[in-house]
Design a protein around this ligand. Sequence first.
Ligand SMILES: [Zn+2]
Ligand SMILES: [Zn+2]
Length: 448
Amino acid sequence: MRLSFTPSTLASALLASSVLTLTLPAAAQSLDAAGFQQIETAVNALAPKMVAWRRDIHEHPELSGQEERTAKLVAAHLRHLGMEVQTGVGGTGVVGTLRGGLPGKVVALRADMDALPVEEKTGLPFASKQKAQYHGKEVPVMHACGHDAHVAMLMGAAEALAGMRARLPGTVKFIFQPAEEGAPVVPDSNGKVPSFGAKSMVEAGALKDVQAIYGLHITSNLPSGVVGYRSGPLMAGSDSLSIQIDGRGGHGSSPWMAVDPVVASSQVVLGLQTVVSRQLNISKEPAVITIGSIHGGTRYNIIPDSVEMLGTLRTFDEEMRAEAMKRIVTTAESIAASSGAKARVTFGPVAYPVTTNPAALTEASLPALRETMGGKVMIIPKVSGSEDFSEFQKVVPGFFYFLGAPQQGQDFAKAPSNHSPLFDIDEAQLPVGARSLAALAVDFLKRP
Ligand SMILES: [Zn+2]
Ligand SMILES: [Zn+2]
């Protein structure tokens, strides 16, 4: 996932949230004080372990779908805690089940495990020197999105909750997910792209019996130790798209003898920008269409047969998402047809739904979240980045939030963002994240 807060939107959100905090009634304490205290004590004692796990995972990052070592580490830890452990769930996914001593509901906590094809430039003593295969090429690999921290935090939350198992009223499932960043997907012989990430874990039954799921994302672009959330759409739905423009090749000196797909594709790129600005009702929700890649041709004086473009659509509303897709197809096909070319639009393989926090679960979870965060909880603007946590939310109510953790001494407004080769975190926030996850799970189980 990638955030796109700007300092100004964030400043206004901070202002709004401080006003909000002042005017809110005292939060109802749904998790008793002793419960919070016990989680906090346990998690704080685990802080050095979480730092060690995070550094180990950071030094050994694995690309999406290749999280073998990380999964092994996680599974061994969960087994050591006495949990039932399933491995190979939807790829390299791991699910640990902690059955409490008292009967009750089932809640899940999720961490994603994968890293990115980024060359680390942090200069940290435990910086990654790993390389891996990505689309047939050797690439450097880095935990540039903080998923190393997510794994360490969830391992910490698992250990803390395992320590209070006897008094736990229900079951907690710990879901360690592969391929959040999108697997290096290769279509099968039928041209179908197999599921990956959260979707493949859901298909493998990871959410069976689960009644709610919680997950967080660490970010360098919020103040340290502050949780950012919003009710309703939080992160955009993301659809990758490819457009093939077929013309008829010829000599660059006599374009009238050819059908030029280069000019047609240029017109399509511009035309697509009118889908959001002129064809979608943006008073409802924002949307983004970006063409990020155009390839065609081999030489300055040859008109090629075809041009291929790749792009992304970001939306915050399922109806608008469907409408935008329809309009993209019509716009591309009509513009291409006007010059005698033909456009073929295909969506996918990335197709993340909108990450939406249901109002009821959000409202019910906020008192415990505020309590465990000492009130450092704020409403943030919508994020045009995407998360496949949304695949879990399609199946059960799920609450997703951000935890600010810029590297110590760095201004969150200027800190290198997630996916940057310079991305780093404040490890002091590992126990804070673990505490918030554990508290949300226990609070959910205790709530009537
Ligand atoms: Zn990411
Ligand atoms: Zn991420």
